[in-house]
Design a protein around this ligand. Structure first.
Ligand code: NAI
Length: 331
């Protein structure tokens, strides 16, 4: 099949080329975003492949359908950026790559926690300046702390296992309980109770209508003073204005973000020669207890390998059978 891979970076090309040796697909790399004006670059493509920063709404899907596109292959696990119901109606098969490496994201979340509570970035900057004072660098032990995990699916349960290894107590909130997490001693509680009793809260649920702004003014008010809040799920799960107020009041003691509500036009690009026009994001960066990474939690050799391999497998399966085990059906 001819697959147009949008927003293709050098690393995407390297990994897709390597694994496409096993498949007869024709790969067309497009450096730009997918939208109504760039769709023409995918003329003749049977499948279009996008990452998380290319929204695919119904009007775009309609044009894709008219252009003869039969499959939308996501090189991501999350699919909140695609109107899956519209794709289903139009007969465009949408497939994602679930579970390509829950370790990558879970380990990044743990990295954010350690960097924040042990003030590693500040410590490194000081040492480079020859300043070995420990004033202002005091952290706390993870051992014995209570960690709340919102969403205990593939990533959340790996995260819970790592935190269990540190000697933390685990609280969970998820409509579906994980046997693995229960076996670690996790107690499932209401979202409010999790907020009230956790020293650290890590978000691992998908962005759905019911999880949009799950962390709002009220949730922040419920949290423990000086809570450490980590979001590696999707930016929209947090109401950014509410957490800025929480940071200003001191309620939120540490904030680690790998995702941001308005990341679409910010992340994955080099903006170092321009000014950041998003005032909310710019305000976040002024706090010394906030650490932001640009949606890189998934970015490991193992994960990118699995993404390339699974995406190509999805397309091959669709080509051979007309369906695909990873296809998404709107509920
Ligand atoms: P998963 O589907 O295995 O787990 C998600 C869990 O969230 C499920 O157990 C589900 O029942 C639960 N959930 C659904 N609604 C909920 C609610 N209202 N409250 C609490 N829990 C709820 O997904 P997986 O693979 O663990 O990924 C989780 C999320 O992580 C993805 O949806 C994606 O948004 C994000 N992600 C972020 C990446 C990054 O690089 N930062 C990379 C990959 C995924």
């Amino acid at each position: 099949m001819k697959i147009a891979i949008f927003n293709a970076r050098e690393y995407d090309k390297r990994y897709f080329d390597r694994y496409n040796r096993n498949y007869p697909h024709e790969l067309l790399y497009v450096d730009t975003h997918l939208d109504e004006s760039t769709l023409v670059l995918a003329t003749d493509a049977d499948a279009i492949c996008v990452f998380v920063n290319d929204p695919v709404p119904a009007p775009l899907l309609k044009r894709m359908s008219r252009q003869g596109v039969r499959m939308l292959a996501l090189r991501s696990a999350g699919f909140n950026h695609v109107d899956v119901a519209a794709a289903n109606e139009l007969g465009i098969l949408v497939a994602n790559v679930p579970g390509y490496s829950p370790y990558a994201v879970a380990e990044h979340a743990v990295g954010l926690i350690l960097a924040l509570i042990r003030r590693l970035v500040r410590a490194q900057a000081r040492v480079r300046e020859g300043n070995f004072s420990l004033e202002g660098l005091m952290g706390y032990d993870l051992h014995g702390k209570t960690v709340g995990v919102v969403g205990t699916g593939k990533i959340g349960s790996v995260f819970a296992r790592i935190m269990h290894g540190f000697g933390c107590n685990l609280l969970g909130n998820d409509p579906v309980q994980s046997e693995d997490c229960r076996a670690l001693g996790m107690r499932y509680v209401s979202f409010e109770s999790l907020c009230r009793h956790s020293d650290i809260i890590s978000l691992h649920c998908p962005l759905l209508p019911e999880t949009r702004h799950l962390i709002d003014e009220q949730a922040v008010a419920e949290m423990r003073d000086r809570v450490c809040l980590i979001n590696t799920s999707r930016g929209g799960v947090i109401d950014t204005s509410a957490i800025i107020r929480g940071l200003k009041s001191g309620k939120i003691g540490y904030l680690g973000l790998d995702v941001y509500e308005e990341e679409e036009n910010l992340f994955f690009e080099d903006h170092s020669d321009s000014v950041i026009s998003d005032d909310t994001f710019a305000r976040l960066l002024t706090f010394n207890n906030v650490m932001v990474t640009g949606h890189q939690a998934y970015f490991t050799h193992e994960a990118i390998t699995n993404i390339a391999r699974s995406t190509l497998e999805n397309v091959t399966e669709f080509e051979k059978t007309g369906s695909c085990a990873n296809q998404l059906i709107s509920s």
